[in-house]
Design a protein. Sequence first.
Length: 338
Amino acid sequence: MNDYIINFLKKIMAIDSPSGYTKEVIHHCQKEAENLGFHTHQTNKRNLEIYVEGQDDYTVGFCGHVDTLGLMVRSIKSDGTLTFTNVGGPIIPTLDGEYCRIHTRSGKCYTGTILSNYPAVHVYKDAKSAPRNCENMHVRIDEVVKNKEDVQALGIQNGDYIAYDPKTEITESGFIKSRFLDDKMSVAILFGMLKHLANNHIKPKHNLIIIISTYEEVGHGSSYIHPDIDELIAVDMGCIGEDLACSEYDVSICAKDGSGPYDYDLTSKLIELASTHQLQYAIDIYPYYSSDVSAALRGGQNIKGALIGPGVAASHGMERTHLQAVENTLKLLLAYIA
């Protein structure tokens, strides 16, 4: 199952999908779900719903988001470089020197590099100390452009998306290194669950609706959910750092995040299952975090909600997790739906 999950992860990592630019990756996910034998539906906002028939009328929802952090062209400068604004909350200083792709509304794609406005130590005395933020950085396009008009002639305009390289790598020691493990890693795990159900002809206890959302990084991914859903579990990254118990090898069970506490009974059940199945798990509180369950509750959905996911280090930067966390998360999901 690990091979399937990792191969699926590599495929969706190779598809640029900053929030709002997710048509291609959603199409890929929809095609894969249908190949596994499941019915699907795209909502008006292009969230993907995947339906799994259960043994009763109760419906459990699982959500993971396939949209990622990114950038957007803010303006074209007179020297032919691009200023940009952020999409979601990337750690902007980590983008200095990263390769990127500019996607135009006409379907063209150009490569470039994200740079400080003071990129050369032999020219700028502040090259090492200048702030790395949207106001002090630009995109250098890999085309012969000398002015604003040259860039416009390429079809590049304000509002075009800029996607940067995820740099996905799987090490022999089992580490998964990449940008956007938040949350494509969890989406791959959810597809691992679907693959397990399909391969083993398993009909879960309850109906399942798996939501692959497209605007989570900007706050409203699953603000609308299917009205049949009785409870919703977000599968999203577990945080690692100061005052947190989670590691890169654990499945995280979040009791409370910045949006408030999660449902007590659902969370307790997840903790009990993790303990009973002797999984590596951690219970944590994330003060600077909210999930698609948070969005659903803010959207007025009448649900119970919980949050789990693989432990991921360096969130919104150069992220890393381990196959052990993937396995523990998948096992908890399978135990929950049994």
